[in-house]
Design a protein around this ligand. Structure first.
Ligand code: SF4
Length: 485
């Protein structure tokens, strides 16, 4: 059998034939980059697989199509589908005109079939309906009559310790999936042609380019500052610039209508110098000393890990605080990391109140810290007064940076991971064992699942504290850098 076209490949290629061709031609499987899988990504893949396994438990009579090879799985499926075969099939595989699809759960209903796709999300987002619609389309073309198509999602009402059946809630998406399958039909021939073409379909700038995994190797190649870097540049404006043949920020005509924030990005790129807002210094003077630079790390899992918690509850598990009496002068450091085997939120909240007692601003980067403290206040009414008082002291450094400063090397972003290399190139996360928030969250979750020995846990806790500590140190240094701007 020729190499088949998978669901992910079809969905990518339907949006952009160039991307479809590149994924098919350059990359085995559907993985869009050759970057190694991070612990965070690994955790979510494992959790998705676990939810799939638990969903199968809802259908005790189900039979798994076990072959990993698509052709073998499709042949095995045909055998099972014959009259008298199993009532419920898991991972039933179909190949039609090179398109391959696997149905998570397929239930026989007389001469028709009920299609169920299992997802680890709580909301039936459009992209999940698209997944379902693709499978529906392939199964229909294989000759099956699909009586209903639904998403089996994680229930918000599930709580740790409940029986597995309560983890799931079924959303009937038959009408939406049929409508999308009808739209996908229009791509049936073109996607196959594009992905099999001997030469790459010419790329064209579309909204999807902005988040495209190969943008820097496609339309972004050789362009330091693409127009897509400009914040909130709507599709209409992108089209207008495209019409003018303008793809580089520095080529945008001065007469072109941009918002003040967009115009400052253009100015910074053209001059090669940071744009410094006239109010930057005054805004930074709003910080009351001593300042406490605060950063939380949280854990959020589809399968709750502590009593009383629901799927995707954001559980703060650690924090770092750098206390400064003047810009850049750290006089003390406080940190907390919970015992992963317990829900430590109350202990964390009490320690936080203690570590932030007194006066002075609490400097955070984004609104996340405020939201997290508000969540703790809602959870522990007896601590709510003290926790709410903390939120009154929060100073959002990212907001100042977003509104009153722009460096061309930000490339349109203001996250620490974007601003730090631009303003402090010598300071990076590359040498740390944990390098990103998703991996920090996954590491704590793995510990909570009991995957590690106590010795390993002690070592990992140090890695987590180092990561969180780097976030607060980065804030101290960014603040210092902005003061000097
Ligand atoms: S950058 Fe745009 S044109 Fe190129 S592959 Fe991605 S989506 Fe397609």
């Amino acid at each position: 059998m020729k190499q088949t076209i998978s669901k992910d490949l079809f969905l990518h290629a339907a949006v952009c034939p160039t991307l479809g061709w590149r994924l098919r031609a350059d990359l085995p499987g559907d993985r869009a980059t050759s970057a190694p899988v991070t612990p965070g990504e690994q955790f979510w893949m494992e959790q998705g697989a676990e939810i799939g396994r638990m969903a199968r438990g809802l259908f005790p009579s189900g039979v798994l199509v076990s072959s990993r090879n698509v052709a073998d799985a499709a042949a095995q499926t045909q055998q099972y589908m014959q009259s008298g075969g199993p009532h419920v099939l898991f991972e039933a595989a179909f190949v039609v005109d090179e398109y391959a699809a696997k149905a998570d759960v397929l239930i026989r209903q007389g001469d028709t079939w009920r299609l169920i796709e299992v997802k680890s999300s709580v909301n039936p987002r459009p992209e999940l309906v698209d997944d379902l619609a693709y499978t529906l389309l392939v199964l229909s073309k294989a000759g099956l009559t699909i009586s209903s198509a639904s998403l089996l999602l994680v229930s918000k009402d599930y709580r740790f310790g409940m029986e597995d059946a309560k983890l799931f809630v079924e959303h009937d998406c038959t009408k939406e999936a049929q409508a999308r399958a009808g739209e996908f039909q229009a791509f049936w021939d073109s996607v196959r042609s594009a992905t099999r073409a001997t030469s790459m379909p010419a790329p064209a700038l579309i909204p999807a380019c902005k988040g495209c995994v190969i943008f820097s190797d496609c339309l972004g190649k050789g362009i330091d500052h693409h127009i897509l870097e400009i914040p909130r540049l709507g599709a209409k404006k992108v089209d207008e610039l495209k019409g003018l043949g303008v793809y580089r920020i520095e080529q945008i005509p001065q007469t072109f209508d941009l918002t003040p924030i967009q115009a400052r990005v253009r100015q910074a790129v053209i001059t090669g110098q940071p744009w410094v807002g006239p109010d930057l210094k005054q805004r930074l003077r709003g910080i009351v000393w001593p300042a406490h630079y605060l950063d939380f790390e949280t854990m959020s899992t589809a399968l709750p890990l502590y009593p009383g918690t629901a799927p995707y509850t954001q559980i703060p598990v650690q924090y770092s605080i750098d206390r400064c009496t003047a810009v850049g002068e750290i006089v003390s450091h406080a940190e907390y990391i919970g015992n992963p085997m317990h829900d430590n939120r109350r202990d964390l909240a009490q320690r936080l109140i203690h570590d932030l007692q007194g006066r002075g601003s609490i400097v955070a980067y984004s609104t996340f810290e405020k939201t997290t403290i508000n969540g703790l206040a809602a959870l522990f009414p007896d601590l709510a007064g003290e926790l709410s008082a903390l939120t009154q002291r929060i100073f959002d450094l990212e907001a100042v940076l977003r509104e009153s400063y722009y460096h061309p090397a930000f490339h349109g972003k203001t996250s620490v991971k974007s601003t730090l290399p631009a303003l402090l190139p010598g300071m990076s996360y590359a040498t740390l064992n944990i390098k990103d928030g998703g991996s920090a969250s996954a590491t704590f979750a793995y510990m909570a699942q009991g995957r590690y020995t106590s010795q390993q846990i002690e070592s990992l806790k140090k890695d987590l504290l180092a990561y969180c500590g780097q976030d607060t140190l980065a804030m101290v240094k960014l603040h210092q850098r902005l003061v000097a701007a």
